[in-house]
Design a protein around this ligand. Sequence first.
Ligand code: PMP
Ligand code: GLN
Length: 394
Amino acid sequence: MDDGDAHPVLAERLRPFTTTIFATMSELATATNSVNLGQGFPDTDGPAELAEIAAEAIRHGDNQYPPSAGIPELRRAVATHQRAWYGLDLDPDTEVLVTVGATEAIAATLLALCEPGDEVVMFEPSYDSYAACASMAGAVPRLVRLHPPDWTFDPNELAAAAARPRARLLLLNTPHNPTGKVFTVDELEQAAANCRAHDLLAVTDEVYEHLVFDGAHVPLATLPGMRGRTLTISSGGKTFSFTGWKVGWVSGSAPLVAAVRAAKQFLTYTSPAPLQLAVAHGLGFPPKRIAGLAAELAAKRELLCGGLARLGYTVYRPSATYFATTDISAVAPVLSALDFCLGLPGRCGVVAVPSSVFYDPADPGAGRNLVRWAFCKRDAVLRDAITRLASWAP
Ligand code: PMP
Ligand code: GLN
């Protein structure tokens, strides 16, 4: 959120990016004892056996700096996972880099690849760290709008952004936060064609790769001509419901990964050893077990989306992730999404996120009616949230 005036010492390039909406909303949830459907984190733990592996590793002295690129077990597990799920062959020594969550992977990638003034083509709405990290790298986002209900884009808008002289890379998030969109193969092909035509690099954020309900997740790196120009980012946070562990990774061709490693080593140098070991184990789970969380979440999607629709919200049912977007116009015609979300905890004890924060701040009308709700919560919590929302009629 932009409260830059309250931060006179903050460097100019970070002024628009002071407190993230997630921190703001989670603090509000705690302060008002609200049901938190804002920040996306599950309210139940991931697999106990993974927690036990991490705990054992700590007890057995796995507590000093691991290699900067990540422990070999995790790099091998990422390579094996990419081959098994997507047919992508990676050398775990040179083509996989472990990071502190996908967040660091995004930051290190943009810092490594962008010159000041370069443009990063990305779809809007977009996850909030993209614009902030682009700005830290001196780069400029070039936004291509996704339109509800299916969050499609105008191919001409994408082509025009990609053709600009300073366009350097395409940053693509699929499955997509906040909309829950899974980019189709046809859309990915359009993205790839633009990268090939204008010699752009591609960076994909695939942290929700295993939380897909409808359609299938296809990594951009698997499309023709993309393997050598794409860096693929993911993390264990969503897949294993351990969002606080912050174990992520980036994979791609050796020269691209080496570039990101150069940046990563001066951001954090390395990532927590015991957690890497546990995530490596998790990536080796049988595919059915990895896909199990999506099946649970699909039922929660119905619970939340059904409840919100009954209350009069226009619901854009997500195909993936654990977020649902609604248009609030019918329920609260005069309120902006931000005002709606700031007032909601006081009115009925529920926290959600205004999707307007995922749009260009220079366009104040963008996403003005859109609110994002997280459904990675226990069923009783989701039911409670719907009951609370029903108690408030604007
Ligand atoms: N990318 C997207 C699209 C996200 O929603 C998130 C939020 N978890 C992240 C990256 C950050 O992932 P991590 O927690 O692994 O840093
Ligand atoms: N990815 C999470 C979300 O979209 C939030 C992560 C964070 O707090 N930075 O809700």
